[in-house]
Design a protein around this ligand. Sequence first.
Ligand code: 5GP
Length: 208
Amino acid sequence: MDKRMGILFVLSGPAGVGKGTVRKRLFETDGVNLKYSVSATTRQMRPGEKEGVDYFYKTKEQFEQMIERGELLEYAKYVDNYYGTPKQYVLDQLAQGNDVFLEIEVQGAMQVKRNFPDGVFIFLTPPSLTELKNRIVNRGTETNDVIRERLNEARKEIEMMREYDYVVVNDDVDEAVKKVKSIIISEHCRRERFEKEYKMLLEDDFDA
Ligand code: 5GP
């Protein structure tokens, strides 16, 4: 009998909305059995970040080589840096029946949606754009130009909401994590995911 494939969960939404925080808190929670796909990026390492944990840090040349070799499931150029998801890890984990979790920006998420229509797409949204601006400014790691660019991106990204299966408002991190966890649990109970197994059961010839 076919081994059941893992489910691909994609958490996306505007930069600064708190995707990273929600993702980290989610992975610290009990009862969460997900494989996090570490992305490759050309951006500088921030204080406290670690190679292979937060990102695989690449030069532009190395990243472009990964693109050429078809090693990325998706990638996007975002504020002058490349970000991408290494493909093999995701495919291997799904094939082994493990759920995989991606935390990526929206252009990349749409590429994943084209390749993995069965994935579950969760849009994390800020309570308001003002709130989002405060969060980006208060992080204090970016220059004004970068902040402006990120806010413009954010407006466009919020319009992408309609492409997603679920929307989680990030008002309170614990609440948002609870909602993402509930989505994961619910997705495992979907009828479609059982159809194959049940079909085989129903096709069994008990009279033989
Ligand atoms: P940051 O530089 O703040 O870590 O990330 C900037 C943006 O890139 C965030 O929205 C983050 O979710 C996104 N990002 C991180 N990894 C990937 C990836 O592999 N692919 C894409 N498309 N976006 C990513």
